[in-house]
Design a binder for this molecule. Sequence first.
Ligand code: NAD
Length: 429
Amino acid sequence: MAQTGSFNPYEMARAQFDRVADMIAMDAGARELLRTPMREYHFTMPVRMDDGTVRLFQGFRVQHNDARGPAKGGIRFHPQETIDTVRALAMWMTWKCAAVDIPLGGGKGGVICDPHNLSLREQEGICRAWIRQVSRDIGPLIDVPAPDVMTSGQHMLWMLDEYEWIHRGRYPGVITGKPVGMGGSLGRKEATGYGVVYTLREALKELNLRPENTTASVQGFGNVGQHAIQLYGQIGGVVTCVSCWDQEDQTSHSYVKRDGIDLDQLRSITDRFGGIDKSKAQDLGYERLGGDAWLEQDVDILIPAALEHQITQANVDRISRRVKIMAEGANGPTTPDADRVLHERGVFVIPDLVANAGGVTCSYFEQVQSNTNYYWEMDEVLGKLDVKMTSAFLAMSELARRQKLYTRDAAYVLAVNRVAQAAHERGWV
Ligand code: NAD
């Protein structure tokens, strides 16, 4: 399901924040500051296309709040990108960095474009144009972008290169998600999906469930989905359904194999955007169902790892009664009304700001390595990632138990309190 209709992610992000601000009786000054982005950049970028014509693209960067450290957040290339999506994602980044207690604020960027229809050279043009627009407003100590939907290490490297031409020096700490060997961190590719599973592992322990006795259904088969499936498989779980977007059909499909999907086999028929080749999948014995079928599966665990606004009032009732845990790999996949239903049904939700914080945590590790020009081994990165993710999960679940809060509320209370405290201590509010 694509982002449709009147759904506005920024309104949703603000509504979530307002609820938490009420819960913790936040003072009016902090409340106004924290529900508003501190800085926004909107710009138009002329880019020369392969056929010699010039096309204009709309770009954004939003720095929601940097009270706890430089802003941090990805850059998304998407045809339906809107400033309100970017604002919402920037705000969620502020809470996410605070939820895992790393010294960073929240930012997000985007370009309205569809990389499916752009050559790599044209995408490079967009990356360089984007940096030229914000080169004075980002930096290792100001705001550090990263990849997001439909952007990769290659895009980050073009952006780094443009920044370094402008600033005449080597600044690998200005951007994260760079390729390994070019300032990237080992483990960054795996970090978000693995992080989802580190928190899932802890949730399973709390519910006294053994991973090998569970099954899962995953929405999205890109970076996050594939790595989550990999580690969940390693700890013994079985994924029986994945869904993804089909560019040709302009809709999403779900692929089901009751005895478990074969990750490597599916990867071999998947394009770089995480789109599975439907005829090859059917040849391999996968049953192809509609886009929403992933959430109707009779499984123990749901992992939304595609886009925001996927579990809504309209489809939440189709979730099987067997589902015990939902680990939000994507940002904002669940609308507040659907969330209430999950809460009432007693589903253990690991909210996005904890579940998918592995990516930003590893980005932070990458920044630390880049700024010190000393790079860690894979085991060291993943070990530190596990410690951070597990501590964030335990802090959330402990607060939830102690104050009888819903897990999402507990994560928000922890995060929002930390940001408000930093703003207070700086004397901003
Ligand atoms: P990606 O571009 O690698 O993959 C996205 C996947 O979602 C693809 O398989 C695509 O086909 C699928 N998809 C897109 N629209 C869909 C739809 N309507 N229905 C079903 N499937 C659909 O992106 P990613 O990096 O894996 O990111 C996925 C989500 O995780 C996003 O919400 C992103 O903001 C969030 N996230 C990513 C990271 C990261 O490190 N990559 C970190 C934190 C959060």
